[in-house]
Design a protein around this ligand. Structure first.
Ligand code: ATP
Length: 444
């Protein structure tokens, strides 16, 4: 299905889509600073003709924005999308109309995406009306032609032409999604963005709709960008998978490689989060991927996954157990983001203000509970927290950064050119998990 040599049908390069908040005239008058939400921040991938590329990641990581920006339903902030060799952002007039015919979308929610006041026949025929089709003389009226086309499409998606005059509320969720798919097919497209097409459906219906999408792909030679947060639905339909985290693609590769030998710690965690069939394994769902995705308003420096990563790389000369390092990094993060400050700790302490020991103990309990630090690591953390107790916030932050700063926060890892590639300092580079505890390790 995949052709490595031909030019890809879709080429996405360094795509950016920022939303701007507090950007109204009133905000300007009030002096509110405009904030950017970096929903998509430097995404690149290709999709070859006839191929399905899966785009996966947790809610809010920018999947829908990517899909909609690729289709130019949203204007890109930066980067480039080429469709069949042409830059989509530069299209206008009849070229843009042609692109809009060739590239379609199926939305997640079959309940809100279909107009309840229109019959399914009208819904499916609507794109034909918008694009003024038929564009050649036909037998009978244009309206009849469109109605026949809608009837034919209904049959192709497994419904009956006799249902043409029914309204969306008369259909089940799965049937409505079939109507949404028929509408997307109306203009005979080459490329469809499937934005979580089965997420809102009962599990029993999901497989049927996925099978339909697969059959239609073969029948019409379609190319898909398949967006999903659930990896288990991706495996059967996709040829390759791009894993997205907080606006960036962190791993890209053939579907089997992604599932069988995921390289990025985020992909590994996502796969671990796929609910397990066996009862003994179900507990793993809870252990992986703790914490929320950070806000794209203020993404972490370096590797964006570092604030949740279970294998952050300590400086080569610092010997520290990963659990303890994770805890220290969380402490630093809380300090740097202002979630941890002297005032609030003193406020909730029973001890007298000025009792530095009690302060340090309280912060330790909150952030380092159960973790063992020793030697220099212990000393630096103690000194930094004591500085915080004296309201020397900057000193505390600097002390910790000086000892514990990770390459994961200073350098943003990038994807390589290989077929299977991950944007992680632990992959393919000079850094390996073992390089952290070599002979040059600073003793603690
Ligand atoms: N119009 C908007 N204005 C400001 N921020 C937005 C807007 N639309 C989306 N965002 C933000 O952009 C980020 C990416 O959203 P997006 O919907 O693309 O993610 P997603 O991965 O598709 O998530 P979901 O699966 O929940 O749809 C989120 O943080 C979201 O809150």
């Amino acid at each position: 299905m995949t052709s490595g040599e031909e030019r890809p049908l879709v080429e996405v390069r360094d795509l950016q889509k920022y939303y701007f908040e507090q950007d109204t005239l009133v905000d300007r008058l009030l002096g509110n600073e405009t904030r950017s939400v970096k929903a998509v921040d430097g995404v690149s991938f290709d999709i070859h003709e006839g191929e399905t590329l899966g785009l996966v990641g947790e809610s809010g990581c920018g999947k829908s924005t990517t899909g909609e920006t690729v289709l130019r339903l949203r204007e890109a902030t930066g980067g480039d999308v080429r469709f069949d060799g042409e830059s989509v952002s530069e299209l206008s007039g009849s070229d843009l109309a042609r692109f809009r015919r060739r590239a379609q979308i199926v939305f997640q929610d079959p309940f809100s995406s279909l107009d309840p006041r229109m019959t399914v026949g009208e819904i499916i025929a609507e794109p034909l009306v918008v694009h003024d089709l038929p564009d050649e003389p036909v037998e009978g009226s244009a309206r009849e032609w469109r109605r026949e086309r809608a009837a034919d499409l209904l049959e192709r998606v497994g419904l009956s032409a006799s249902q043409l005059d029914r309204y969306p509320h008369e259909f089940s969720g799965g049937q409505r999604q079939r109507v949404g798919i028929a509408r997307a097919l109306a203009l005979d497209p080459d490329f469809i963005v499937l934005d979580e097409p089965v997420s809102a459906l009962d599990v029993s219906v999901q497989a049927q709709v996925l099978n339909l999408l697969s059959d239609l792909q073969d029948e019409f030679g379609l190319t898909y960008l398949f967006i999903a947060h659930d990896l288990s639905v991706v495996r059967h339909l996709c040829d390759r998978v791009a894993v997205m985290y907080l606006g960036s693609v962190v791993e890209l590769g053939p579907v089997d490689a992604i599932f069988e030998s995921p390289d990025h710690p985020y992909t590994q965690a996502l796969l671990e989060s796929v609910p397990r069939a066996s009862v003994e394994e179900q507990g793993r769902y809870v252990e992986t991927l703790t914490g929320d995705v950070p806000s794209p308003r203020n993404p972490p420096s370096g590797c964006r996954f570092r604030t949740r990563c279970p294998v952050v790389i300590p400086p080569a000369d610092v010997d520290i157990d990963q659990g303890a390092y994770r805890a220290v990094m969380d402490l630093r993060d809380a300090l740097e983001r202002g979630d941890l400050d002297a005032e609030s700790v003193w406020g909730r302490l029973d001890a007298e203000r000025g009792d530095e020991e009690a302060f340090v103990e309280s912060v330790r309990e909150t952030y380092l509970d159960g973790q063992t630090l020793s030697g220099e690591n212990e000393r630096v953390v103690g000194e930094a927290v004591a500085a915080l107790a004296r309201e020397e916030h900057a000193t505390a932050t600097d002390l910790l950064a000086e000892r514990f700063a990770s390459v994961c926060e200073t350098d943003q890892p990038t994807l390589g050119a290989d077929e299977h590639t991950a944007a992680c300092h632990l992959v393919g580079g000079e850094e390996t998990p073992t390089s952290r505890t070599d002979d040059t390790t600073r003793t603690n």
